[in-house]
Design a protein around this ligand. Structure first.
Ligand SMILES: Nc1ncnc2c1ncn2[C@@H]1O[C@H](COP(=O)(O)OP(=O)(O)OP(=O)(O)O)[C@@H](O)[C@H]1O
Ligand SMILES: [Mg+2]
Length: 363
């Protein structure tokens, strides 16, 4: 089972640079998501890997084979890959079994019996056995989705490329299918590139996530690494909700914004350099004014503010708190057992470790 290596890929459409120096390695048997907003180059990257597009620069390697470079492009049917397209289509006039067998149309030297055996095996794995003679119109959205997955798996590809495969499904089914895709990946262990713009989906499905922004990979890591240690503003805001406080590096381990001074997780900042600090709403502890003095005995940040807005969300209460003597408003997610009202003075405490300085780039 080989992995995939993408090296310094560039792809332009006329004046538009869709992929701009993209590098990424997918290890053998790993599932890596390409996560990013609409237009950031996800589909283009997948099509480069599949061999439908030729890069202007850069290379794509699978194991020890170079499949794409500006001078050579091995055609898609010789890549031992399968791709599910963003708007995958099943043939409406073919039964489920025929739709799946269609995946084998380019495979030479497979007997009819072998073909039937393979289709049967794959349908059992995606839990569609017994429905072989149904037409797509007679299947639910999730079942149709599984037919598309079965059709790509039946060729026993070395690499699986999935482009937003759950986008046609309603919200509940999407969530269920996340676990289904993960289960299938664990059953088959095929090296997989999975495209999505949904961070929750990427977090459930992936071994690692590559965050794409304007045609580049800005950070790669596990869901936890990206959430806890974002390196750029873009990643901090794209993976979960956060507060960003723009300031300037002061003495070691401190970022200042006017009279506000935040002790942050890293001491290694260039004095005078602009730094944004990311603070997750659930990392901020909120207490009533009388208790505020008791906060933060152990080197935490102690702040005071005034509640501006309160939104009850069921499992948490979302507060917007204006800090005293500052233009900064922080979002705080507190347990519903704590209740403060707009206009109330409160104390806030944030551990140094929860104040993540974002040092890379302006975005
Ligand atoms: N055939 C094309 N001709 C010209 N420009 C294109 C073409 N295909 C894509 N683009 C442009 O290239 C950029 C990247 O497109 P791409 O389809 O890779 O984005 P994406 O990340 O898959 O977006 P989405 O989440 O909306 O599917 C976009 O600016 C898009 O408009
Ligand atoms: Mg796309």
């Amino acid at each position: 089972m080989p992995g995939v290596i993408m090296k310094d890929l560039i792809k332009r459409y006329g004046d538009v640079t869709a992929v701009e120096g993209l590098s990424l390695q997918v290890k053998p048997g790993e599932l890596v998501s390409l996560l990013g907003p609409s237009g950031c180059g996800k589909t283009t990257t997948l099509r480069l890997v599949a061999g439908f597009l030729k890069p202007e620069a850069g290379e794509i390697w699978v194991g020890d084979r170079c499949l794409s470079s500006p001078t050579t492009v091995v055609p898609p049917e010789r890549r031992r890959m399968a791709m599910i397209f963003q708007n995958y289509a099943l043939w409406p006039h073919m039964t489920l079994a025929k739709n799946v067998a269609y995946g084998l149309r380019f495979k030479k030297g497979i007997s009819t019996a072998d073909r039937a055996r393979r289709v049967k095996k794959i349908l059992k794995l995606v839990q569609l056995d017994g429905l072989e003679s149904r037409y797509p119109g007679e299947l639910s959205g999730g079942q149709q989705q599984r037919v598309a997955v079965a059709r790509s798996l039946v060729v026993e590809p070395e690499i699986l490329l999935l482009d937003e495969p759950l986008s046609n499904l309603d919200a509940n089914l999407r969530e269920e299918m996340r676990f289904e895709i993960r289960r299938l990946h664990e059953a088959f262990g095929i090296t997989t590139l999975y495209v999505t713009h949904d961070q929750g989906e990427a977090m459930v499905i992936s071994d690692r996530i590559a965050v794409l922004h304007k045609g580049r990979v800005v950070q790669v890591g596990t869901a936890e690494e990206l959430f806890q240690q974002p390196r750029t503003r873009f990643v901090a805001e794209f993976i979960g909700k956060t507060n960003l406080v723009d300031g300037v590096a002061a003495e070691p381990g401190v970022v200042a914004r006017g009279s506000l001074r935040l002790r942050v997780a890293s001491a290694d900042l260039t004095p005078g350099a602009p730094v944004a600090v990311s603070i997750r709403p659930h990392e901020i502890q909120l207490v009533g004014d009388p208790e505020a003095r008791a906060l933060g005995e152990n080197g935490e940040n102690r702040l005071r503010g005034m509640v501006q807005r309160v939104s009850y969300l069921g499992d948490a209460v979302d507060y917007q708190v204006q800090l005293d003597g500052s233009d900064v408003i922080l979002r705080v997610a507190a347990p519903p057992s704590l209740r403060f009202n707009p206009g109330e003075a409160v104390g806030l405490a944030v551990a140094r470790a929860a104040c993540i300085p974002l040092t890379e780039g302006g975005e």
